[in-house]
Design a protein around this ligand. Structure first.
Ligand code: G4P
Length: 555
C-alpha cells in the first residue's frame, strides 16, 4: 500500500469505469449476512452446512479442521487453542446458484468482544440461530439489540429439532413477546426429539420427511404432498394432527408474510431444522436468499449512498493485527458499499485526505488469503494496514463521502492494567496504543493525570485476557490486571462542565476516555438509576459518540 501525492489519482485501475449494467448485476447477485447466536446453538455446524452447499468446502468437519490448522498460524491464537474457542471474526465468501454470499463470521465465545458488534455494522441481514431446547439465550438477545439499532432483516433458524425441545408455539411467542419481533413460520415441525418426523412447508403444502441418519451423515429430505395416502404409514396421525392444528392457529391468529416488514426488521421468517443432520438447511438457504435484502444504501455525511453509485466507497469495520506473527502484519477489513473496487486502485482516505494506492488487497477465507482483483458492494476486502486505518474510516473515489462512524459500545468490565517492570515501558506503551487503535479494547484514564496506568474497558473478560496475552507474546511485556469492580459505563454528552456542575457523585468513578471525554463508571445499574433520579435532566449515553478527524490521547 502506498501513500501518494494528493493530486495524483490517475492510476490505471481508477480509469477503468464499470458500466451501470455490470455494476447493477454484481450488486443484484450479492447477499451478505451474519449469524447471531449463543455459544453451542450450532453456528459452526450450520456455517459448515451452508458452505457445503456453496461448494466452498468439500467435506463436513472442514470448518473445524481449518480452525485447527489456523490455530497454529498465530501466537495469540494459541489462546484460542488452549481454550478451544474461536475469537477472531472472519469473512467467508461463496457462490450458491446465482448468488455470491458473504457470510460475516463472528466470535463464538460468550465473552465476545466489540468485534461482534462491529461486524454487525457491516452486515445487511442477520440469521438468528436458536437451540430449540433453550430458546432465546443472553448473547442472542444482546446481538439482536445491535441488529435492531440498524433495523436489519432477521431470519430465525430454530435448530436441533432432532432433540427434545420446547413447544414450537412457545418459541415463537418468546420471540414476539420478549424481542417485540413479529414472526412468520416458513415451515412447521411435526413432533420433536425422537418423535421428530419432518416439516410442513407452508407455501407448497408439502411434507418434508426427516429420516434419521447416522451421526454426521446427511439425512435425506423426501417430499410428499400433504394429501398423499403414504403419509399415514410414515407419520403418526396424532403428531400430524397436532402440527396441522398449530398451523391452523397460526393461519388465523399469526402474522402474515410481508416482505416489506421482513426487510425493515419488524417481521422474522422462522425456519425449523437440524443443522447437524443437515435437515431443513437447504430449504432455509433457498428461501433466505429470496427474501434477504441485497447490499443496502448507507448513511454518510452527504446523505444515503446507493450501492450503484458509480465510484467506489467503503468503510473499515475491523482491524486485526499480527494474524501471522512471522510478518507482524495488520489487516483492515473494509466493507465495500458502492461502485467497483479494483486492485491497484488509488482511493482517498476521508479522515486524512491522503491518496492511497491499494496494491495488495486480499480476500480472506477463514485465515487463507488470496489477492482480490475486484470487489463489489456487499463484499469485504482485507487491506494491509501499516497503522494508517482506524475503525470507521471511509475510503472512496470520486466525490467526497464519509460514512457514519461505528460507535463504541458500552463496556461492562473494567480493570487497571499495571506494568510491573518500568524498563519495559516503551513496549508497554506501544502495545497499549496499538491494541487500542485496532479496537481490541477501549482505553480509559484516571482523571488524576499522575495516575498513568491505563484502564482497560471491555465487553467480556476474554477480551482482557486476549489483550494481556498479546502484550506478552507480541510486545514482550508481562502485565498485571487489577479488576476495578465497576460494571456500567455512561458517557456524558454535555462534557466536563456538566460534571463540574453536578459535583461529587457517590458510588461512581469519573474517568476520561481516549478522546478526553467524561465517562462515569458505576458499580451496578442501581447506582446509575440513583444518579438519574437525583439529576433527571442529566443526559447520559451508553454508546460513545463517534469521533472523526481528532487524534486520540495515547499513553
Ligand atoms: P456453536 O458454533 O454455535 O458454538 O455450536 P456448534 O456448531 O459447535 O455446535 C454445538 C454442539 O451442538 C455440537 O456438539 C454440535 O454437534 C451440536 N449440534 C449442532 N447442531 C445440532 C443439531 O441440529 N442437532 C443436534 N442433536 N446437535 C447439534 P458437540 O458435542 O459439542 O460437538 P461435536 O462433538 O458434535 O463436534
Amino acid at each position: 500500500m502506498n501513500v501518494i501525492p494528493s493530486n495524483n489519482d490517475s492510476s490505471k485501475a481508477n480509469q477503468i469505469e464499470i458500466s451501470e449494467v455490470e455494476l447493477s448485476a454484481a450488486v443484484e447477485r450479492r447477499r451478505n449476512f451474519a449469524i447471531i447466536s449463543h455459544p453451542d446453538a450450532g453456528k459452526t455446524t450450520l456455517t459448515e452446512k451452508l458452505l457445503l452447499y456453496g461448494g466452498a468446502i468439500q467435506q463436513a468437519g472442514a470448518v473445524k479442521a481449518r480452525g485447527e490448522q489456523r490455530k497454529v498460524t498465530s501466537d495469540w491464537m494459541e489462546l484460542e487453542k488452549q481454550r478451544g474457542i474461536s475469537i477472531t471474526s472472519t469473512v467467508l465468501q461463496f457462490d450458491y446458484k446465482e448468488t455470491t454470499i458473504n457470510l460475516l463470521d463472528t466470535p463464538g465465545h460468550q465473552d465476545f468482544s466489540e468485534d461482534t458488534y462491529r461486524t454487525l455494522a457491516a452486515a445487511d441481514n442477520a440469521v438468528m440461530l436458536e437451540d430449540a431446547a433453550k430458546g432465546l439465550e443472553p448473547q442472542t438477545r444482546k446481538l439482536f439489540e445491535v441488529c435492531r439499532l440498524r433495523g436489519i432483516p432477521i431470519f430465525t433458524f430454530i435448530n436441533k429439532m432432532d432433540r427434545p425441545g420446547q413447544e414450537p408455539l412457545s418459541l415463537l411467542d418468546e420471540i414476539e413477546s420478549e424481542l417485540g419481533l413479529s414472526t412468520w413460520a416458513v415451515n412447521w415441525p411435526i413432533g420433536s426429539g425422537d418423535l421428530f418426523r419432518g416439516l410442513i412447508d407452508r407455501k407448497s403444502k408439502e411434507i418434508v420427511l426427516f429420516s434419521r441418519a447416522d451421526r454426521g451423515k446427511q439425512s435425506i429430505e423426501r417430499r410428499l404432498r400433504l394429501q398423499d395416502p403414504e403419509i399415514k404409514q410414515l407419520v403418526e396421525d396424532d403428531l400430524l394432527q397436532k402440527a396441522l392444528e398449530e398451523l391452523e392457529l397460526l393461519e388465523e391468529a399469526g402474522s402474515e408474510m410481508d416482505l416489506k416488514l421482513i426487510q425493515s426488521g419488524e417481521l422474522t421468517p422462522v425456519f425449523f431444522g437440524s443443522a447437524m443432520t443437515n435437515f431443513g438447511v437447504k430449504p432455509f438457504l433457498d428461501t433466505f436468499l429470496r427474501m434477504a435484502q441485497g447490499p443496502v444504501a448507507r448513511n454518510s455525511s452527504s446523505g444515503l449512498i446507493d450501492p450503484l453509485r458509480n465510484s467506489f466507497s467503503g468503510f473499515v469495520f475491523k482491524l486485526q493485527a499480527n494474524m501471522d506473527p512471522r510478518h507482524r502484519d495488520r489487516v483492515a477489513f473494509v466493507r465495500v458499499c458502492s461502485g467497483r473496487f479494483k486492485k491497484d486502485m488509488t482511493v482517498k482516505h476521508a479522515r486524512t485526505g491522503k491518496n492511497i494506492r491499494l496494491s495488495r488487497p486480499q480476500k480472506i477465507f477463514a485465515q487463507d488469503r488470496a489477492v482480490v482483483e475486484d470487489a463489489y458492494p456487499g463484499d469485504v476486502i482485507g487491506l494491509n494496514n501499516p497503522g494508517m486505518f482506524s475503525i470507521g474510516d471511509t475510503l472512496y473515489t470520486g466525490d467526497r463521502v464519509e460514512y457514519e462512524g461505528i460507535p463504541c459500545f458500552s463496556p461492562e468490565i473494567f480493570s487497571w492494567l499495571r506494568n510491573p517492570n518500568p524498563s519495559a515501558f516503551k513496549n508497554f506503551r506501544k502495545g497499549v496504543n496499538e491494541l487500542r487503535e485496532e479496537g481490541a479494547v477501549q482505553i480509559l484514564y484516571d482523571i488524576d493525570q499522575a495516575k498513568r496506568d491505563p484502564i482497560l474497558a471491555a465487553v467480556g473478560q476474554l477480551q482482557l485476557d486476549v489483550v494481556q496475552h498479546r502484550l506478552e507474546n507480541e510486545y514482550g511485556v508481562e502485565t498485571r490486571l487489577e479488576p476495578m469492580g465497576y460494571q456500567v459505563a455512561r458517557w456524558v454528552p454535555g462534557g466536563w462542565s456538566i460534571i463540574e456542575d453536578i459535583g461529587r457523585i457517590f458510588n461512581c468513578k469519573t474517568v476520561r476516555d481516549s478522546w478526553d471525554r467524561p465517562v462515569l463508571l458505576f458499580k451496578n445499574v442501581w447506582n446509575l438509576n440513583q444518579l438519574k433520579e437525583d439529576h433527571p435532566s442529566l443526559e447520559l449515553s451508553s454508546v460513545a459518540p463517534v469521533v472523526s478527524g481528532v487524534d486520540p490521547i495515547t499513553l
